[in-house]
Structure formats: C-alpha cells, structure tokens
Design a protein around this ligand. Structure first.
Ligand code: PEP
Length: 263
C-alpha cells in the first residue's frame, strides 16, 4: 500500500443537542479555546456535526470569523428533491458549505431502520453533492459474540461502497455499537484490528490509493483520557466523538491529544 500521510480528523457528533443559539456560543468557545492553545488545524482537522437547524448559524459564524473549523450534517437524504417530507437534500447541505455528512450512524440504523442499501444510496447522494460521507459501521454486542468484531463492519462497509468511484473522498468511522455512549470503549488494539480490516475493504472496493488516503476514525466512548491510545495505532486516523464533544474543554483536549499526552 502506498505510503501517504493522512491528516487526523477529530469529529464531534452533537446528536440532538444544542439549539442554534447554543451552537453559536459553543463553536465560538471551541475555536477560541483551540486558537488560544495555538492548535495547528492543518495538523489535526476539527469538525463539528450540529443538528440541521443549527447549520446556517454555524456557517454564518465560521464564514464571518474565518474560523478554521469544518462542519457537517448528521444525515443526508438519498433523494435530491421532491415529495420526501422531513428529508434534507445533499444539495441544501452543500449550499450551507458543509464539508461532511455522517451516514449510517448506529442510531439511524437501529432507530430509523436504515439498511445497508439505504446507507449506500445516501453515500452515493452525498458524493454527488460534493459532501464527504462519514460512513459509520460497527457491530452490536450480539454480533461481537456471534461473529467476532470485524465481520459485520466489513460487510456494512462493502455494501456502503457499492458503485462508489475510486477517486471518491470518504471517511469511515468504526463505531462498535456496544461502545457508543456506554463508557466502555474498545481497546486501541481492538480498534486497530478492525480498522486494518476496513482498510482492506476500501482497497478491494476502491483500490489501493483510496485505501492509503482514506481516514478511518474510531468512535465509542472516546474521551481526553483514552484518545492517545487510539491515535498511536497505524490504521486509526482520528475519532468520532459523541458525548464528550458537548464539553468544550474535554473536546479541545481530545483535539489536542498530541499536546497533553504525547503520541
Ligand atoms: C457516537 O454516537 O458517534 C459516539 C461515538 O458516541 P459516544 O462518544 O458518546 O460514545
């Protein structure tokens, strides 16, 4: 596999938290806190994923204050426009200068019945509209017991990448469902093993170049105290952070993992 440097990405998934006014205050504080600490945003990219209703406010703030933060949506419709009540088109999100869209988060899969086929069609739609899909895959505790850790994420990713072109810019997030919001993170070694398998899937589906350049994140109970262990692993290129992304100090410390713990 070609040797490339992948810029680590620390991404905060706010889920259904923080309204648009709270979002403005939060993003301002986050940017100030990281800029005060002289964070190198080119060395470790930072992205937030607010609810849809916050995105216009975040866009306005980021543009007006030239904040070095990326942002994205937590979901995207597989459709472009039309009679799809409640859906949000990728075209609308790219108009708001979203860089990313999370696709197939385990909460969408389990609470909203999102199948591998839906995740694939959303991935294709995101790419069509110039968004980088953050494709989430991960096994439940039951899957883990029955099939081991990698089998389900591998098959979910294979399905998500159907008909995706080899030059597509994607991010993959490995999020074991049993680790999300449980306080019980995977070990760095467990994350590395699955991330390495997922990189092989990218190589098979999109080619070696794509596998070498694509960032694979770990997600599930990441906090400042455990991030460094994940970031030491060669196939883990960042983190998708839920609960801990709602606390400015904690999230800044995760972003600054190189400074406060050393890698
Ligand atoms: C998530 O929901 O994507 C997540 C990783 O949550 P948490 O960090 O709270 O486990």
């Amino acid at each position: 596999m070609a040797a490339v440097t992948r810029t680590p990405l620390i991404a905060g998934n706010w889920k259904m938290n923080l309204d648009h006014l709270q979002a403005i205050a939060f993003v301002q504080k986050l940017a100030w806190s990281l800029q005060d600490a002289k964070h190198d945003f080119d060395a470790v990219e930072v992205a937030v994923f607010p609810p849809f209703t916050d995105l216009r406010s975040v866009q306005t703030l980021v543009a007006a204050d030239k904040l070095p933060l990326a942002y994205g949506a937590q979901d995207v419709s597989s459709q472009d426009s039309g009679a799809f009540t409640g859906e949000i088109s990728g075209a609308f999100l790219s108009q708001l200068e979203c860089r990313y869209a999370i696709i197939g988060h385990s909460e969408r899969r389990s609470l909203h019945g999102e199948t591998d086929e839906i995740v694939n069609s959303k991935t294709v739609a995101a790419l069509k509209h110039g968004l980088v899909p953050v494709i989430c895959v991960g096994e439940t505790a039951e899957d883990l017991e029955k099939h081991g850790s990698a089998a389900v994420p591998v098959s979910q990713l294979r399905a998500a990448l159907e008909a995706v072109s080899s030059d597509a810019d994607i991010v993959v997030a490995y999020e074991p469902v049993w680790a999300i919001g449980s306080g019980k993170a995977a070990t760095p070694d467990q994350a590395e093993q699955v991330a390495a398998e997922l990189r092989k899937v990218i190589a098979e589906s999109l080619g070696e170049d794509a596998a070498a350049r694509t960032r694979i994140l770990y997600g599930g109970s990441v906090k400042a105290a455990n991030i460094a262990g994940f970031m030491r692993e060669p196939n883990v290129d960042g983190a998708l952070v839920g609960g801990a992304s709602l606390d400015v100090t904690e999230f800044s410390n995760i972003v600054r993992y190189q400074k406060h713990v050393g890698v």
